[in-house]
Design a protein around this ligand. Structure first.
Ligand code: PLP
Length: 464
């Protein structure tokens, strides 16, 4: 007979953190708190959440995050704990409110807890949260059909996963299978995720170098430079290196909302056709209205061979991602449909949320709202730039994928922390505060935009 776990542990000599009773009590304590209506959560419980979150991050997640946060907020107030949100307002566990200008880095395009998206996910949760893995699942198939109708050109087939990086890895596998080649071209400062495949494409040494060697045959070229792509393809052909695909963000997000020249995407299309390689658009951040069109590539009327989605696909309610391609490319996956699989990707709750997200995107014209509101913010910030040229260099980007550019990191950090202390949540790019991204919900009300702009001006004023 197997001995009880505790007895087994007592018999081992190695030191152990194991304590089954604590595990059970702590699990139940948080579940009970989650189930407590917000108005009934006591001050003592809130304090417990704030303090234990800080401690748990230090003990069980990563102390580095606490240091990073400190530098952004320039505050010793560690009670700052994510707790609740609605639309474009976030509340920490102590009940303090913040205007959310970050939108979870593009995750919250329809706002936090959009009622139609939450309702769809809850309804599906009550019917069937996951699938059997054996029967055919209707929501996944239906969502694929809807996305085929939403995407440009002849994009038709797709696969769903949970994170953006998985979508990119899947797209890379598809391109390799289809072309029988293994190399990729991506861009300097480009960001595609951090699993080993997507990381190989990444355009920054800081995340790649410590993990080399990554995938062979990946070359990064400057973003926006179609000639550079053509040159690499030409030389690769001359020396017999096979390139499967060119992977590019329509507008670089993590790099700080960098737009390419207007002829870039049409030229990429031409060049990829000329050399017989696949054009892969990473729309994980730009997709579903973010840049003022439904997809980033819609700005240039280009149909890629493969498109990757993530972030806003799940409506800010649930993790969801996917990659889609034309029937011609997808055919290589037909002989063995198990070439790429996942147990939880495209689960029914995620599909319900994604279908509701797409309805909201179209019914509320989120792309149109992003275009208008992005222009409004840009205009106002440029007016401020004339007044405070020593603080801000400018603002760039499209729709609500914007980046404010500062003369240096130090000023960027001061602006981010000044905004934060005034109740506006934003962030520098992960490694660099010289650019601060503005990526709110696409339906953020104008009153909140104006309030944010007022607080931004106050911050600039405090720094002169
Ligand atoms: C363009 C792009 N691709 C891929 C990813 C990776 O997505 P995830 O963090 O969900 O893996 C991101 C994330 O920021 C992204 O911006």
């Amino acid at each position: 007979m197997t001995k009880p776990l505790e007895t087994q542990d007592a018999m081992t000599k190695a030191p152990s953190n194991r304590d089954i009773n604590i595990a059970l009590n702590e699990a139940k304590k948080m579940v009970d708190l989650i189930k407590t209506p917000e108005v009934d959560v006591t001050d003592e419980e809130r304090q417990w959440v704030a303090e234990s979150t800080y401690q748990n991050f230090a003990d069980h997640i990563n102390k580095g995050f606490l240091e990073y946060r400190k530098s952004v907020t320039e505050t010793e107030d560690f009670a700052l704990t994510d707790w609740q949100g609605e639309g474009s307002i976030l509340k920490d566990v102590m009940g303090r409110e913040y205007i959310d200008m970050l939108g979870g880095f593009g995750l919250y395009s329809p706002g936090i807890r959009h009622p139609k998206i939450v309702a769809a996910a809850k309804a599906q949760l009550d019917r069937s949260p996951q699938y059997s893995q054996e029967m055919l699942d209707p929501l996944r198939a239906h969502l694929a059909k809807v996305i085929a109708k939403l995407t440009p050109g002849d994009i038709q087939y797709g696969f769903f996963a949970n994170s953006g990086t998985e979508a990119v890895d899947g797209a890379m596998k598809l391109a390799k299978l289809y072309t029988g080649k293994s190399g990729f071209i991506s861009t300097l400062k480009g960001f595609h995720g951090k699993s080993l495949g997507a990381l190989s494409l990444l355009g920054k040494a800081v995340y790649r170098q410590p993990l080399l060697p990554l995938l062979d045959g990946v070359r990064q070229v400057p973003f926006g430079d179609a000639d550079a792509v053509e040159q690499v393809l030409k030389y690769a052909e001359e020396v017999g290196d096979g390139i499967a695909g060119v992977v590019v963000e329509p507008i670089q997000g993590e790099a700080g909302a960098i737009e390419p020249p207007d002829d870039y995407w049409p030229r990429l299309r031409e060049i990829c056709d000329k050399y017989g390689v696949l054009l892969i658009a990473d729309e994980v951040q730009t997709g579903f209205g973010r840049t003022g069109k439904i997809f980033g590539v819609d700005h240039w009327d280009v149909t890629p061979d493969i498109m990757c989605f993530g972030k806003a696909l799940g409506g800010g309610v649930i993790a969801m991602s996917g990659f889609f391609s034309t029937a011609k490319v997808w055919k290589c996956m037909e002989p063995n449909p198990f070439m790429h699989t996942t147990t939880t990707g495209g689960n029914p709750v995620a599909c319900a949320a994604a279908l509701a997200q797409i309805s909201v995107l179209l019914e509320e014209d989120l792309a149109g709202q992003a275009a208008e509101k992005g222009d409004y913010i840009k205009k106002k910030v440029l007016e401020m730039q004339k007044k405070y040229p020593q603080i801000i260099d400018g603002i760039r980007g499209r729709g609500l994928l914007l980046g404010m550019e500062f003369p240096n990191d130090e000023i960027g950090y001061k602006v981010a922390s000044g905004l934060f202390s005034r109740g506006v949540l934003t962030a520098g790019t992960l490694t660099n505060a010289q650019t601060i991204r503005i990526e709110p919900a696409l339906n953020i009300p104008y009153e909140l935009i104006d309030e944010m702009l007022k607080r931004l001006e106050e911050t600039f004023e405090s720094l002169v």
